[in-house]
Design a protein around this ligand. Structure first.
Ligand code: 13P
Length: 256
């Protein structure tokens, strides 16, 4: 049985004051379920604050990016995997479409970042997703296979089990318009089969999250799909009540 994961990607949001209140509420209301992991992913400057507020809780945390460089050096603006470990990070989001689009991150760079994470004991949450144009042209699976194959080719086979995948259709991010449950299940099943062709055991244990306008109203039906193992939540993770409701939905689907 795969443990579901609900992670909140804060993107470039938050302040010391706002985070304190949000994290405090999450800790007070944290739900303990055997079949569920929860995490928050704040911007780099707030990792220390997050660590201080969460270290005695069951909620994990992570970072939104990592350098491909493992060793310290002259890399202005970069943050290494070992620095993230210093702040207790468990996860790192890599290849988010906002970074692929705005920072020209290629499939190869994303694959290298995933590899650096795993080699340093971090779990990469590798985001993949098609644009609306690609979906309309019937290219969804070929785009996703290109993105995932780059990562699978870069990793040792016995490292694949450390991966977390997040399917985030670009057209569903921040739009309020989630993919339909049929679209999500079709893609997640295809992704699991793609991984299974390389490592069947890792594929059956692989966490494949869905992301893109997940909210309390649609979380239960999305989380109940057989190949959906949790959610990567953007906007709704900034509102304690909404994030808790999504976690609760994931817990209900895990129990059911
Ligand atoms: P929204 O939940 O705001 O659509 O964002 C999804 C996302 O990009 C999570 O990484």
């Amino acid at each position: 049985m795969r443990k579901k994961l609900v992670a909140g990607n804060w993107k470039m949001n938050g302040s010391l004051k706002e985070n304190e209140a949000l994290l405090k509420t999450l800790v007070q209301r944290q739900l303990q379920f055997n079949q569920l992991q929860t995490a928050v992913i704040p911007p780099f400057p707030y990792l220390s604050q997050t660590q201080q507020q969460l270290h005695t809780s069951t909620i994990l945390w992570g970072a939104q990016d990592v350098s491909v460089e493992s060793k310290a050096g002259a890399f202005t603006g970069e943050v290494s995997a070992s620095m993230l470990l210093d702040f207790g990070c468990h996860f790192v989001i890599v290849g988010h479409s906002e970074r692929r689009q705005r920072h020209q991150e290629t499939d190869q760079v994303v694959a290298l970042k995933a590899k650096v994470c795993i080699e340093n004991g971090l779990r990469p949450i590798v985001c993949i997703g098609e644009s609306l144009g690609e979906r309309e042209k019937g290219e969804t699976l070929s785009v996703l296979y290109r993105q995932i194959d780059a990562v699978l080719n870069a990793l040792d086979v016995d490292h694949i089990q450390r991966l977390v995948l997040a399917y985030e259709p670009i057209w569903a991010i921040g739009t309020g318009k989630s993919a339909t449950i049929e679209q999500v299940q079709e893609v997640h099943q295809a992704l699991r089969q793609r991984v299974a062709a390389v490592d069947w055991v890792a594929a059956s244990a692989l966490n494949i999250l869905y992301g893109g306008s997940v909210k309390p109203a649609n979380a239960l039906e999305l989380m109940s799909l057989p190949d959906v193992d949790g959610a990567l939540v953007g906007g709704a993770s900034l509102v304690a009540e909404d994030f808790m409701a999504i976690i609760q939905a994931a817990a209900v689907s895990a129990a059911g």
